[in-house]
Write a protein that binds this ligand. Sequence first.
Ligand code: ATP
Ligand code: MG
Length: 415
Amino acid sequence: MTSNAWILSLGTELTLGQSVDTNSAWLSHRLAELGIRCERHVTVADDLLATRDLLRDAAARAVIVLVTGGLGPTDDDLTRQALADAAGQPLVEDAASLEQMREFFAARNRAMPDRNRVRALRPAAARAIPNSVGTAPGIRLELGSAVIYALPGVPFEMRTMFDEFVRPELAARGGGAVLLARRIRCYGSTESEIGERIADLMTRGRNPEVGTTAELGEIGIRIYASGDSPAQAEALLDRDEAEIRERLGRVVYGRESDTLAGVVGELLAARGQTLATAESCTGGMVSTLLTDVSGSSRYYLGGVVAYDNRVKLGVLGVRSETIAEHGAVSAAGCREMADGARARLAADYVLATTGIAGPTGGSAAKPVGLVYVGLAHAGGTIVRELHLGAASPRDSIRVRASRGALNLLRLHLLE
Ligand code: ATP
Ligand code: MG
């Protein structure tokens, strides 16, 4: 079975937000590959008592504790002392580590600064973890029923030492268990709606474990399966993915690193059809998303950013009466943008956007977040009215408008 782990990051620069903890995320991924579930990330400032108490707490509640940071030679590097205090052991000098550090400096033709000697200290019953790419060794300490691995904060050193020392040890004890993850990507529904339709799969304690995340209109479904072998975990992932696809139908657009633009592109390429864009409030974002995909020239012709009405009228042929009567942000305006672009650019499909991205420019009749997305094709023109939230940030409105346009075409192509 899987054993649980905690990951602790030490450093005032982290708790003050001056640097961002990337070590924990990296380590969590490595643990998952070994079938070890990480239950907690804890970040604590450079404080001896707080670190000591955190170490004791972690050792009492986790089987594996990974610690990064605080192994340097300065007074704010407290990991060694905190480990010794947590274990009630004195610090002793590790002869092999001292020798290794001397060699490190000698190889660079420098004398080892005296300060550096503290880096060879470790709690009496601990072992030093060799550092083949830097000076500070790490520390491996057994505390109660837990094993603690303390590694340097510098990501490159931390990763190398994990790969060379920690990973083989954890793999040896792991009993071959694996934890595999899969991501299913959805668009066109809400997190709560999706949550209701797959509620039974999301029951706590179930294997696989299923959870949802929402980001700018896109809903992600994460599936974590543990098994005795990769094949067994993979089979569980396949089973849940099939079940989710069955229940959610076209709301599911892809998996892993798929994008809406990429999926739409593949559908167009498969039919040998072309797409162009006519964008107002998204200012070219739909075009950017499409051209982010390598090979998009197979189906994407290009587009017009028709921001000012002069471009909507002059380039796209939107009628001035339409603008006078309905305004540029209107279903009629959007329709004429799409139709005008389709006539001028000779594309099979045109996606058009017009709306109020805010924060200024909204009114009672046309609030911020009101967006029209249009799709013109040989069979006619469809326009959808989206309400993306009067209080939403500009960027969020523009991204969701762009994705909404792409999704309109995706659904049409799937019909
Ligand atoms: P050193 O021996 O180099 O002093 P250390 O173990 O004392 O290493 P810290 O002093 O805590 O580590 O951090 C060194 C640098 O490593 C930090 O300035 C920061 O850039 C980076 N670092 C520390 N912790 C993290 C973390 N959790 N995620 C990403 N980077 C980190
Ligand atoms: Mg340091």
